[in-house]
Design a protein around this ligand. Structure first.
Ligand code: B4P
Length: 208
């Protein structure tokens, strides 16, 4: 460890590189992916969607994709060790970007701890977690609608969608409390037009 790093670690000083790191949070179908794409353009951030990364691997029938498929198709989470390794590879590709929008990650407490460790290695941190609030019936409606065209097995039937909601409540919702203890969590209404929700997000991210 270099001299400066030792001093900083003794004093507990964290130097940020001025990047914005935002977690877009919420149940499946709450609009994380939809909004992340718009925020990416507006703020020059890189969207990191673990769902999209898995679907890319799946589409190319890679060994990682084959492993992920068995979990995704049933509405379960892909195991942490697979997901965390894949996320690390992705963020390592962008050492000079303006920051990240994490969409669909972290989904468990171990993933949140891994993300914090990864960012703190680069003397960074999560700046804000923004949760989109959408009720179960609206989620089912949106995902069944998307399922008509997406070709996604996990959107195709209501039972799998309800399972995803259940997994969210049991395994993912605690991540909100984890960041709330650090005063970093905020919840906004996720029902309304895509533009309205985008305006709410823009205002929040502008203020970071
Ligand atoms: P994800 O790909 O993350 O996606 P998602 O749950 O479908 O949700 P998202 O909130 O992004 O919805 P979207 O904007 O598309 O996960 C899929 C699976 O991958 C998981 O179940 C899991 O197996 C695996 N996985 C992913 N990440 C993982 C991790 N970290 N750990 C372990 N496993 C992981 O919106 C949905 C629909 O609503 C769209 O059709 C959209 O057009 C519509 N919509 C959006 N906003 C709307 C609005 N305001 N009004 C009306 N409709 C709206």
């Amino acid at each position: 460890m270099g001299f400066i790093k030792i001093i900083k670690s003794i004093l507990g000083i964290r130097m940020k590189k001025g990047r914005k790191n935002v977690i877009l949070f919420g149940p499946p179908g709450s609009g994380k992916g939809t909004q992340a794409k718009q925020l990416e353009k507006k703020f020059g951030l890189i969207q990191v969607s673990t769902g999209d990364l898995f679907r890319y691997e799946l589409g190319n029938n890679t060994p990682l994709g084959q492993k992920a498929r068995s979990y995704m198709d049933k509405g379960q989470l892909v195991p942490d060790e697979i997901t965390i390794g894949m996320l690390k590879n992705k963020i390592d590709q962008y050492p000079d970007c303006g920051g990240f929008i994490f969409d669909g990650f972290p989904r468990t407490i171990p993933q949140a701890e891994a993300l914090d460790n990864l960012l703190s290695d680069g003397e960074e941190q999560v700046d804000q977690l923004i949760s989109l609030k959408v009720d179960d019936d609206e989620i089912v409606r949106r995902l069944l609608e998307r399922g008509k065209t997406s070709g996604r097995a996990d959107d195709a039937n209501e039972e799998v969608i309800r399972k995803r909601i259940e997994v969210y409540k049991a395994e993912t919702a605690p991540v909100y409390a984890y960041y709330d203890k650090k005063s970093l969590s905020v919840e906004i209404e996720g029902i309304g037009s895509i533009e309205e929700i985008n305006d709410r997000l823009n205002a929040l991210i502008d203020s970071i």
